[in-house]
Design a binder for this molecule. Structure first.
Ligand code: SAH
Length: 281
């Protein structure tokens, strides 16, 4: 099998062969199991070890082998944070035992969520790994909302941004204001707790207060909800509607150009140009 590496080592008992396993950094998409790639579904259903983020939905985890070892990885898992050990130690241990390990991450493994750091650590440990891309939350949410992120008439770029900095800190709002482009679409990940300050920073940075904005929570999951408004009022609308994480904020004229497609038909109940819609109506 590709990725199996043989390493010979001399011990007191003689020469022993070690077989190195492989880690698959797999994108689980935004939540709906039908949005997994064919490759993600295949490796998930065959791997003996699955290390998964807390964001990954139970419906997706249920595709794993019944006898697969399941390792929860995340901020709350095992009561510890994995800052220093960037990849879960058991992932490395199982790979060194010669097993195929699926490291299942929400969305795409290389869009936020520290997939890059995990890949670096695997490379340093000389553990063979492969990346299986996934549908990132921005793309899943945009599809559900009927928002064309780069609609030709109003956006020639899309920026994936976060209001959070690398090591648990928060991006200074002045820095945020300077860092994001003044036109085009911006999608903020992990930003729900700072939505008010984020919108204020964008306005200070030159975006109009009436720039259309939307927040979508738990996109593509059965309980997804969305609120549409402007930079000036989206924070209040989100708070009033009680939207919860995980959620993303989409900003730009493209939000106003959204069109109901048949895959957002069940998000009924929108109230006029701005308002709340939910999968349950
Ligand atoms: N790698 C992931 C992002 C990880 S960071 C991806 O590509 O999507 C986690 C953030 O992603 C959350 O705080 C939230 O902003 C966003 N997110 C993930 N799943 C989501 C979903 N189903 N709906 C809305 N936002 C989501």
């Amino acid at each position: 099998m590709r990725g199996d590496e043989k390493r010979m080592s001399c011990t007191g008992e003689g020469v022993r062969a070690f077989r190195r396993g492989k880690v698959w950094l797999v994108g689980a998409g935004p939540g709906d199991p039908e949005l997994l790639t064919v490759r993600a579904a295949r490796v998930l259903s065959s791997a003996p070890v699955i290390a998964y983020d807390e964001l990954v939905s139970p419906a997706i985890l249920s595709l794993a082998r019944e006898d697969a070892e399941r390792i929860p990885v995340g901020r709350r898992a095992n009561g510890c944070r994995h800052h220093e050990a960037r990849i879960h130690p058991l992932v490395v241990v199982r790979a060194l035992e010669g097993k195929e390990v699926v490291r299942l991450k929400g969305g795409d493994p290389f869009v936020f969520g520290r997939g890059g750091e995990e890949a670096e650590e695997l490379a340093t440990a000389r553990i063979p790994f492969e990346v299986v891309p996934g549908i990132s939350a921005a793309l899943g949410a945009a599809a559900r909302m009927g928002i064309a992120l780069t609609h030709r008439e109003c956006a020639s770029s899309v920026t994936l941004a976060t209001a959070h900095a690398a090591r648990d800190g928060e991006v200074e709002l002045e820095a945020l204001e300077a860092r994001v482009p003044r036109d085009g679409t911006i999608v903020f990940y992990m930003g729900l707790s700072r939505i008010e300050a984020t919108c204020a920073a964008l306005i200070m940075g030159g975006r109009r207060a009436d720039t259309p904005a939307a927040v979508i929570s738990r996109a593509t999951l059965p309980d997804e909800r969305a609120v549409v408004g402007t930079l000036a009022d989206i924070a209040v609308r989100v708070q009033r509607a009680g939207l919860e994480a995980p959620a993303i904020l989409l900003v730009g004229e493209v939000v106003a150009r959204r069109v109901e497609s048949s895959n957002c038909h069940d998000m009924a109940g929108e109230t006029g140009e701005t308002g709340e819609r939910s999968a349950t109506g």
